[in-house]
Write a protein that binds this ligand. Structure first.
Ligand SMILES: C[S@@+](CC[C@H](N)C(=O)[O-])C[C@H]1O[C@@H](n2cnc3c(N)ncnc32)[C@H](O)[C@@H]1O
Length: 360
């Protein structure tokens, strides 16, 4: 498929790739092209322009979808066994998430009449998949859950998912879960020191808490979560993983932290990117005055709508907010890291700001 792309000399490829990724304009799911002259071509999302200052020039090039064998062969199966037309296949969103033995697929509106064939192809090509569910909405509401419809396989929405040597049981309709944060959970776990006290806010079914607990068993971890169904799964997952250093609490972060965990935590994790800023005050109350590291997640635009220029510093608004909240709470604040966690949509990325606070 021909796409607009960034043409780069090999020696500049990594810095350009990172810059495109950080701005949410590196098109996902295609093989990077190299030519005989030593140039590398990175595909761009539709209509994206190369940010000024990058050592890259605009070009057009044919890109092949880059897929795992199973996912690639779903398209082949759709063509060969289910006779979908090439233009229909190109509309099938390339990625679907496998959560345990459930595949969650995005079916474009124009292909609803072909969803049975798409689901059958996914099941045929992924032997472990027992259920295929169609995404009917984005994550919604305070519990961040999405509407799904089962379109093939067994009539259930519960599954067992494994990640980093841990197991998680949950119902994909009743609770939030993202397989796309597995790398971030490991990153945080690698930063944790052996005897830390950790508040895992917005804990869901416990993936941050349990992945950390498995790697750092001498820590004490408290997860706080508002959704009763998520807390039930969290408690089951604590037992399933023998995570005796983790406690799951049902409640609102804004109440539980000030009432029970004032000044308690050496580390606080805040994975509620669409509204974590509303909870910074409560988090700071939970911070150990002698020092606490906070991981604060947010969504940021890499470019304002209608503008051609990219923001020079995508982290600036969140960093300013963090510093202001700390100042008001009488805490000093040192930013220790900032990074893009994952692309979220065109020109929107999820980021994390890591910072350390101490009472002045
Ligand atoms: C984006 S999910 C993250 C879940 C989990 N940390 C994970 O990575 O799978 C945010 C979670 O925060 C919970 N939540 C929302 N508002 C809350 C609040 N005020 N107090 C505690 N939990 C809350 C939601 O129910 C949801 O499970």
């Amino acid at each position: 498929m021909e796409l607009g792309c960034a043409k780069v000399q090999a020696k500049n490829a990594e810095s350009v790739r990172k810059a495109l990724f950080d701005r949410g304009i590196l098109a996902k799911g295609y093989r990077i092209v190299r030519d005989a002259g030593g140039f590398i071509y990175f595909p761009l999302v539709n209509g994206a322009k190369i940010p000024p200052g990058l050592k890259a020039t605009a070009a057009k090039k044919d890109f092949e979808p880059h897929q795992t064998q199973a996912k690639g062969s779903v398209k082949e199966a759709l063509a060969q066994k289910h006779a979908l037309l090439p233009e229909e296949i190109s509309k099938v969103v390339r990625s679907y998430d496998c959560v345990g033995d459930i595949a969650i697929a995005e079916i474009p509106d124009g292909l609803i009449s072909k969803q049975d064939a798409i689901a059958r192809a996914i099941m045929d090509q992924n032997g472990h998949i027992k259920v295929v569910a169609r995404k009917d909405s984005p994550m919604l509401g305070k519990f961040r859950v999405r509407k799904l419809t089962i379109i093939a396989g067994e009539n259930r929405t519960t599954t067992l998912y494994r990640e980093s040597g841990c197991s998680f049981e949950f119902d994909i309709v009743k609770v939030y879960f993202s397989v796309r944060l597995s790398h971030e959970r490991l990153r945080i776990a690698s930063l944790v020191k052996p005897k830390e006290k950790i508040l895992a806010l917005f804990a869901g079914v416990g993936p941050f808490a349990i992945v950390i607990a498995k790697r750092k068993p001498r820590t004490q971890i408290v997860g706080i979560e508002l959704n009763p169904d998520a807390v039930k799964s969290f408690q089951r997952n604590i037992i399933l993983n023998k995570s005796s250093n983790v406690k799951a609490i049902l409640g609102d972060v804004k109440k539980v932290v000030p009432e029970r965990y004032r000044g308690w935590a050496d580390r606080i994790i805040m994975p509620l990117p669409h509204s974590a800023s509303d909870f910074l005050d409560a988090a700071l109350i939970g911070a150990n005055p002698k020092g606490c590291t906070i991981h604060f997640y947010g969504f940021v635009e890499t470019k304002a709508k209608g503008e051609t220029e990219f923001h020079k510093d995508i982290y600036a608004p969140l960093v300013a907010l963090v510093k202001e909240k700390c100042r008001k709470a009488g805490m000093s604040c040192r930013i220790t890291g900032k990074r893009v966690v994952r692309p979220f949509g065109p020109y929107v990325v999820q980021v994390v700001i890591d910072f350390k606070v101490t009472k002045k």
